[in-house]
Ligand binder design. Structure first.
Ligand SMILES: Nc1nc2c(c(=O)[nH]1)N[C@H]1C(S)=C(S)[C@@H](COP(=O)(O)OP(=O)(O)OC[C@H]3O[C@@H](n4cnc5c(N)ncnc54)[C@H](O)[C@@H]3O)O[C@H]1N2
Ligand code: MOO
Ligand SMILES: [Mg+2]
Length: 577
């Protein structure tokens, strides 16, 4: 306790905690200050069950040989009671789970440079961290070997380990939306390519002034030759049509009067110009006044957006194809013996679970403009998982799997990635809720850079949140987005109700609306349990709530009316009045 407190304050030297055992009771004294008490307790709490069992006379040899479960049962220590779980979360968010833990960040966790130490894929004595693939359950890790890193760290590790984007040529058409330009584009023609009228009326010499003039020609917005115009003459012209050579302005038909027509009253012979003080090029678009040959049209790195403006600009100067960054093809694989096709007709038998992760992710990937490949469901068998992943590596640029990344003996993704594919696990645990066991790795391949694989947690809300937080930015980076454009947009929103804080930094699903004053208000989607995909229904934002450990015991909730940072994951809607 003193050592842990000393890391926090030198005043720790002044405290005089004592601890002891009376009968079979463990007694520990803590400082008076609530903060001090919490910090001291946290530094030893993981050992309390052990200490209690020893104080109750448990035999330490049995304990260390994994007989903890049996002893806990005998001693009536509930192995996984809520409280215990709560405590385990408490450490993890406090970064006390292991000495590799790093300080937590609050907010949306986007890294802004700054030092970081990436946890090494191997332990200090060079061992691989994952369980071995023998499946001997008694040999599996009893606590995670993966350092708990912050979301900010995780973002940095992803950004540093995503391959460089590939350049491809694409036609300028609707399929270009969402691509990033890999080259600077300049105008190869001027717009307009000729002097064009902005209005319907009469082409004149602006020096002629008011008076009656003969109509000597007609210029329609159509290809064809136009006769030159002399002083004292005018020509009828329609909007967008080329001015006759020699003409220097256009008078709107509203500023004229008919002076003489043919006998049958069909054709106009002479027109009275009523507009005076015409300036040169009045109502005329000079050649290249919108865009001149050689002008910069679009920068390298510009996004071709769904608004269509960039496609229009390219089309307006006749660009037929451009170099863009190839968008990654993304494979989605569900894993788990319990997982069945969501639309399988038969009713569920005991233990079966409908696959919601794959449909969710395939939809989200496609809607974001990336090509998604359905890799189906893999059983929790090392062999089949290996076959499916091998096949996937030959077909897609990025693999997403869900499930099988936690502490269970059937959680095969980490061991398979590391031991079968010689992959590098860049991180395997993130201080966040949901999404703690999120795993990001790269797998070496013969003919390309190591391929990214995101093994997301199986819990549906966890899988969907971590897709938005980690995978989507990686896809955007692969597609050529840079800097903050890689990440989801952040906004400050006012919470409409009190939100209870979790020990871990939480990405709380919410529906945000633009309110009458133009501000953003957030309404929680309700129960945020990681298994509840319903918490993603109507969610267009993830509220970045700090973990309890970050806010100290100052507060345990975000009060209604407070503002928090939110990551925008869906379209904004206006508040229904
Ligand atoms: N002893 C510990 N157990 C767990 C920990 C821990 O730290 N210690 N972490 C918990 C957290 S946090 C999460 S998140 C989960 C993630 O575990 P996995 O990634 O291994 O996920 P699975 O066990 O395979 O499945 C979890 C849950 O989700 C259901 N599932 C899986 N795939 C799908 C799918 N495609 N569609 C719908 N539902 C799916 C699965 O049936 C399970 O119910 O680990 C905790 N455990
Ligand atoms: O980390 Mo998990 O909170 O259940 O997704
Ligand atoms: Mg599991």
């Amino acid at each position: 306790m003193l050592a842990a407190s000393l890391k926090i304050t030198p005043f720790a030297i002044m405290s005089r905690p004592v601890a002891g055992v009376r009968g079979d009771t463990v007694i520990i004294t803590l400082p008076g200050s609530p903060k001090g008490a919490k910090e001291n307790l946290e530094s030893i709490i993981k050992l309390l069950p052990h200490a209690c069992i020893q104080a109750a006379g448990g035999d330490s040899r049995v304990i260390h040989s994994g007989g903890m479960k049996k002893l806990e049962k005998e001693a009536g220590v509930a192995p996984h009671s809520g409280a215990h779980d709560h405590h385990s979360h408490l450490y993890e968010s406090g970064g006390l789970a292991s000495d590799d833990a790093v300080g937590m960040t609050s907010g949306c966790g986007h890294h802004h440079g700054g030092g970081h130490h990436a946890p090494t894929p191997r332990t200090k004595n060079g061992e691989l961290r994952s369980n071995d693939l023998t499946g001997d359950v008694a040999r599996r890790h009893r606590s995670s070997p993966y350092p708990m890193i912050s979301v900010k760290e995780a973002h940095k590790l992803v950004e540093e380990n995503i391959p460089a984007p590939e350049v491809v040529k694409k036609k300028v058409d609707a399929s270009l939306v969402g691509y990033i330009l890999a080259e600077e584009v300049r105008a190869k023609e001027s717009v307009p390519a000729f002097r064009a009228s902005i209005v319907d009326g009469y082409a004149v010499l602006h020096t002629d002034g008011v008076g009656i003039y003969p109509v000597v020609g007609v210029s329609h917005a159509a290809p064809g030759e136009i006769k030159p115009l002399e002083a004292g003459q005018i020509a009828r012209i329609t909007t967008g049509a080329p001015l006759p050579p020699g003409a220097t302005a256009v008078v709107m038909v509203e500023d004229t009067r008919i002076a003489k027509t043919t006998d049958d009253g069909v054709e106009e012979l002479e027109i009275e110009i009523l507009a005076s003080g015409l300036t040169e090029l009045e109502n005329v678009r000079e050649v290249g006044s919108d865009m001149k040959t050689g002008d910069l049209l679009l920068q390298k790195g510009a996004e071709i957006t769904a608004v269509g403006g960039e496609i229009g600009l390219l089309a307006s100067v006749g660009i037929a194809e451009v170099e863009v960054y190839k968008k990654p093809v993304v494979g989605v694989l569900s894993t788990g013996d319990e997982i069945v096709q969501h639309d399988r007709a038969e009713n569920l038998t005991l233990g079966e679970v409908r696959d919601s992760n794959r449909p969710t992710l395939l939809a989200a990937i496609t809607a974001r403009g990336f090509e998604a490949v359905d890799l189906g469901i893999a059983k929790d068998q090392p062999g089949t998982l290996e076959d499916v992943l091998k096949d996937a590596l030959s077909k897609v640029d990025v693999i997403i799997t869900t499930g099988g990344v936690s502490m269970g003996e059937k959680d095969l993704l980490k061991p398979t990635i590391e031991r079968t594919f010689n992959g590098t696990i860049h991180f395997g645990r993130v201080a966040m809720k949901p999404g703690k066991p999120t795993t990001f790795a790269t797998i070496p391949t013969q003919d390309s850079a190591p391929k990214p694989i995101f093994s997301l947690p199986g819990n549906p809300a966890s899988a969907t949140v971590t897709f938005h937080l980690f995978v989507l930015p990686a896809l955007r980076q692969l597609a050529g987005f840079i800097g903050n454009d890689i990440h989801l947009a952040k906004a400050l929103v006012t919470v409409e109700e009190d939100l209870v804080l979790d020990p871990r930094p939480e990405y709380h699903r919410a529906a945000i609306r633009i309110d009458r004053s133009g501000g953003l208000v957030a309404r929680s989607t309700g129960g945020q349990r990681s298994s509840r995909i319903g918490s993603m229904e109507a969610a267009n934002a993830l509220l970045c709530l700090p973990g309890l450990s970050e806010v100290g015991d100052k507060r345990t909730r975000v009060p209604r009316g407070d503002k928090v940072e939110a990551l925008i994951i869906g379209d904004l809607k206006v508040l229904d009045v």
